[in-house]
Design a protein around this ligand. Sequence first.
Ligand code: ATP
Ligand code: MG
Length: 607
Amino acid sequence: MQKVSFFKSIHVKFVLVYILLIVIAMQIIGLYFARELEDTLKDSFIESIQQRVDLLEFSMRAEIIKKRGEEDPTIEQSLRTVLYSVRSEDINEIRVVDTNFRILATSDTNKQSIVGQRSMDTNVRRSISSETPFNTIKVDLQKKDRIWVLASPIIYQGEVLGAIYLESNIETVFEQMSEINLILAGGTAMSLAITVILGILIAQTITRPISDMRRQAQAMAKGNFSRKVRVYGNDEIGQLAIAFNHLTNRLQEAQSTTEGERRKLASVLSNMTDGVIATDRKGRIMLINETALRLLKVPRELVMHRPISVVLGIDSEYTFEDLIHMKDSINLDFSSPERNYILRVNFSVIQKETGFVNGIISVLHDNTEQEKIDMERREFVANVSHELRTPLTTMRSYLEALADGAWQDRELAPSFLNVTQTETERMIRLVNDLLQLSKMDSRSSDLNKELVEFNKFFNRIIDRFEMSRSQDVHFLRLLPEAQYFVEIDTDKLTQVIDNIISNALKYSPDGGNIRFGCIVQGGLLKAMISDDGMGIPQENVERIFDRFYRVDRARARSMGGSGLGLAIAREMIEAHGGAIWAESEEGYGTTIFFTLPIELDEAGEWD
Ligand code: ATP
Ligand code: MG
């Protein structure tokens, strides 16, 4: 913030105003006072002189009209005696002049030589001729003093006898005046000094809280709300300071509320599993959360303030205007040959009550799994329908043939009926398998677990197959002597092993070998069933556990398989906490492995 310069500060202004007021007041008072005083002093000076002149005039008149004898002193002598007697400090000189303007006497002892000369003074002449007194103020050229000159006629019975001429030193009055003026000036200076000090003090009481408030406002702008303005009194400024402190508190509260809200919103946004993008009214990204960045696999600095349609890669299909009116969600397919990756995007408009669009919010969701599930579901339904249709169409054609008369044929009829029966059984098997899968999907099938010794359990299943086999296949058991205890649902695991062995038998040539193995690895029991049959192409090995998957449909169907056996096996093994996988080489054979957790407590002796 800009600093207030010294000359612009309230402080200086305040003091200046005070000084000006005092100066003006003193000037007005001084001027008026001096004028009045001067007039009064002058008047009283003149009056005192005038009184003496009146007295003098009286004596002069008496002397002039007096009848004189031979021994009597001359008129000049007696006038001089009178004049000498009235001499005083303030009177410089008094002269008496007769009607012919001849000087009869002077009070100045040094100027007795002028007696008998004619007076040149115009005041004297005018006062004798007009019979009225005249006075002026003259400057004594030698002493540079001002002198007051009066010429007053001596009148006796309406006749002018002469005039009194008087010079008095009025300078004393002016000296007195300038002394008084000096006192006044001193007073003014003193009161000015006091005013300045008072002004500074009073201004301080105003400016200090104000600059305090200024500092406070500056601190507030920097986010520091802890400062408080000091309240000096309960005047307007004190109340302003109180209001200011109140404002500070409110601002602090408001700020912490908004800060809290902001933090809440930020944590909600950053902890959301969905991506959120908000734009301004032109569609430029203003806010994007971490999830959205992660889903889009872009750095923040690259997408901020860029158009949302460009960032989502849909600018060729949709304008921002289209997105505003978009009701349904759209899928963005970022899949690569290696990996499926699909995002679902929803748009909603940020709108004011007036309908003005302020921007849009889009929510991104990773839809890859959902899409995969949807696809699998569609595939599954298609597979099921296809698998059911095949036996049904076969049955229909045989039944049609029977209806058309084949039933009467003693040789054909039993074989036709046999086919329909086989197909029906196949359908029943298929439906049973499907039911079992759906049970496993809905997790409604609880495992009926019991503790069994695995080798014994495994051997019993192998025995069953060995006794009932129709092909020329050799069974090789590579099972250890030790006892491995597992907690399993024996019915379900029997089904799993049955399916693996029957697959091995199905795809083994005559004279082939089927090997059975079992080892313990990392706390898990690992079982293995291996054949040296036709094998599975490398790229299909993983898929044999998918529902309805068969490597070669035509071949498999001819062998009565629907492709659900291994899918069911995987569900069951996983439900037991194990895993199942296959290793195979085309033309050389296939090995199926599965693991089961071992019960260590009961299997103490095998280690
Ligand atoms: P189902 O078991 O439902 O009667 P299926 O045997 O065809 O039918 P799966 O047991 O799930 O189905 O096997 C899936 C596919 O995997 C088979 O169709 C077959 O192509 C292949 N397969 C499984 N085991 C072997 C094996 N030992 N050798 C070669 N191919 C196999
Ligand atoms: Mg099978």
